[in-house]
Design a protein around this ligand. Structure first.
Ligand SMILES: NC(=O)c1ccc[n+]([C@@H]2O[C@H](COP(=O)([O-])OP(=O)(O)OC[C@H]3O[C@@H](n4cnc5c(N)ncnc54)[C@H](OP(=O)(O)O)[C@@H]3O)[C@@H](O)[C@H]2O)c1
Length: 325
């Protein structure tokens, strides 16, 4: 089969497509013939040598895919050869074939074509698990989403809006802020020009954000804690602004707040299966009825993988970048 291989660690040009051995599913696993995969920031880190795959995961990059079930491993029930699926992966998505635990397969939502479905698993699972399962966002609460025009952000805005939360979001250009508003954000904040903490305070009448979904890490830690409401929950999922920050315990304690950090990829397969089942139950119906739409910046062939990585690194995209097989 064809798969993306990396000649050492480094820039996008270390990536190329090569022939590698075919795969077979083990017990409880399914072999998927991949139609498309999508680029994640973690892929860039893995390519640079900073984010090795967890034990047992494929060395091939790629955390999600869509495709067709090609073979069932021993004991797999509920899926048939030929089913169209999308899947959350621990790795291996940038390839013609991938082997995935059956619990990490999800049906393709109605009205979504097979290629576009590759843009959904990582954002849906990340947003549902963090904003709803971990931070327990409730209708009427204020959610602050940083990076609202990115892959995660575009999905978080739509999902929280659909669940009746009030969404505040940051983005870096007027066009991106416009997209966020179109997707359902109630308050849009240009992080290059405005102090997001001041805007959150003002636009929530001093209440603050009940939940913050943060991709920046250290750079925003202090400002995020200051922007939290009483009993607010800050969920950190990215480190785009560094890893070491200073936490004002007195402020956090005074608010009875929580700072939580999670990684989807590092979770055991059983937890990933629980998240995928919850997404199929609670999120896919909103995609089925078009209340949530995947936002795809562009679709490139797998052979253009280096270009796709450069595109994400440039940061001018909105939503997801998809690679087709
Ligand atoms: N922990 C997990 O399990 C998990 C899972 C998936 C993703 N993630 C993380 O989630 C983050 C978002 O992923 P993604 O796929 O959505 O990537 P993406 O599409 O590249 O989005 C990155 C976002 O970062 C925003 N950004 C850059 N500088 C910013 C700043 N100073 N303030 C606020 N926003 C800023 C960008 O906003 P502009 O484009 O408007 O400049 C962009 O929206 C990444 O850090 C990724 O690693 C974590």
């Amino acid at each position: 089969m064809r798969a993306v291989i990396a000649q050492g660690a480094g820039g996008p040009d270390v990536l190329s497509v090569a022939e590698v051995p075919d795969l077979r599913p083990g017990p409880g696993e399914v072999l998927v013939r991949v139609a498309a995969t999508a680029v994640n920031r973690a892929d860039l880190l893995q390519r640079m040598g900073f984010y090795p795959p967890p034990p047992g995961a494929s060395e091939v990059i790629g955390l999600e895919c869509s495709g067709t079930v090609a073979e069932l491993g021993e004991g797999v029930q509920g899926w048939s050869v030929g089913d169209e699926v999308c899947a959350l992966l621990s790795g291996g998505g940038y390839a013609e074939q991938v082997v995935v635990p059956a619990g990490q397969l999800m049906r393709v939502p109605h009205g979504i074509d097979l290629v576009t479905a590759a843009a959904l698993p990582e954002v849906a699972c990340t947003v549902w698990s963090n904003v709803f399962m971990v931070a327990a966002l409730k209708p009427g609460e204020n959610l602050l989403v940083h990076g609202g025009a990115g892959g995660i952000g575009t999905f978080a805005i739509q999902l929280a809006h659909a669940y009746g939360a009030r969404v505040l979001t940051t983005a870096g250009t007027p066009d991106k802020l416009g997209l966020c508003a179109e997707l359902g954000a109630d308050v849009v904040i240009n992080y290059r020009e405005e102090d997001f903490g001041a805007v959150v305070r003002e636009r929530t009448d001093g209440h603050g954000a009940d939940v913050i979904l943060d991709n920046m890490g250290a750079k925003y830690l202090g400002r995020n804690v200051a922007a939290l409401a009483t009993e607010g929950r800050l969920v950190i999922i990215g480190m785009q602004g560094g890893t070491k920050g200073e936490l004002d315990i007195a402020t956090l304690l005074g608010k009875r707040g929580a700072v939580i950090a999670t990684s989807l990829r590092g979770r055991p397969a059983s937890e990933k299966a629980t998240i995928c089942a919850a997404v199929a139950e609670h999120v896919w119906p909103l995609v089925d009825d078009t209340r949530i739409r995947p936002v795809v910046h562009g679709t490139l062939p797998l052979e253009a993988v280096a270009e796709a990585h450069r595109l994400m690194e440039a940061g001018e995209h909105t939503g997801k970048i998809v690679l087709t097989l």
